[in-house]
Design a protein around this ligand. Structure first.
Ligand SMILES: [Zn+2]
Length: 244
């Protein structure tokens, strides 16, 4: 019932047109993964994108991985600027629940969407995710995801470097914020894995489920993919154009 009330309020305020800030308080995309896809993909409202990273001391992001994320962002959006900031913090924890991640984000995050700039927040953590010790990353809010850097480092083997894995996980979690696959929209392409909801059924897509799991070496030949496939890209393009 509450949802219906909010929906009606949204419709009324949308048609009023001049109450954007009030509308944002009522309907925030931040609460659900995939809901901020239009804010991130389209440039009409937010022409700039900022990525704020808070990392546990000693587990900072790889600069090459961040360069690749910037490249992937530029490939699917028309933002006039994509900027990054990063800050470290101390932690004695080694296993993080979703509640703890939300608390850490609350205490560490300094930037939120404002004016023409949208902000994505990334937590880089030591240790593991309490609910799934194999997780290499997890998207948990509309504009936020976490990277399990220590697990990523532990997953490196033979010719697959921790940096190769970090690149793939970073783009994968960013893809979830964009709604991939079928989060809040329905793709015209049959590319969602029925056994792993919201993931691609193509193991050459960065959205393949095993990319964010330490199981990937059992599931993939060679290094994990760090690029969207043609179906992912078509979904993103349609969403950017407002057709999906
Ligand atoms: Zn995933």
């Amino acid at each position: 019932m509450r949802n219906i009330t909010l929906f009606l309020a949204f419709v009324i305020l949308s048609s009023a047109g001049c109450l954007d800030s009030l509308k944002e308080d009522l309907i925030s995309c931040e609460n659900k993964v995939g809901e901020c896809r239009y804010e991130i993909l389209q440039s009409s409202k937010y022409s700039k994108l900022h990525i704020e990273i808070d990392y546990v001391s000693g587990y900072e992001p790889s600069s090459d991985a961040l360069d690749l994320l910037r490249q992937r962002i530029n490939e699917v959006t028309d933002k006039t600027s994509v900027t990054f900031s990063q800050e470290s913090f101390g932690s004695t924890d080694t296993s993080y629940s979703l509640e703890e991640m939300l608390e850490i984000e609350n205490s560490q995050r300094t930037k939120f969407k404002k004016g023409d700039e949208f902000v994505i927040h990334i937590l880089y953590l030591n240790g593991e995710f309490e609910d799934n010790e194999n997780a290499l990353g997890i998207a948990y809010k509309g504009s936020s995801f976490a990277m399990f850097k220590e697990n990523i480092e532990d997953s490196a083997f033979l010719f697959i470097s921790a940096e190769d894995i970090e690149k793939a996980v970073l783009v994968h979690e960013y893809g979830h914020l964009l709604g991939l696959v079928n989060m809040g929209y329905t793709s015209p392409h049959d590319h969602e894995d029925p056994d792993h909801p919201h993931h691609s059924n193509n193991e050459e897509s960065v959205m393949y489920w095993a990319v964010e799991s330490q199981d990937f070496y059992n599931q993939l030949d060679g290094e994990p993919p760090n690029n969207f496939d043609s179906y992912d890209l078509d979904d993103l393009s349609l969403m950017k154009q407002g057709k999906l």
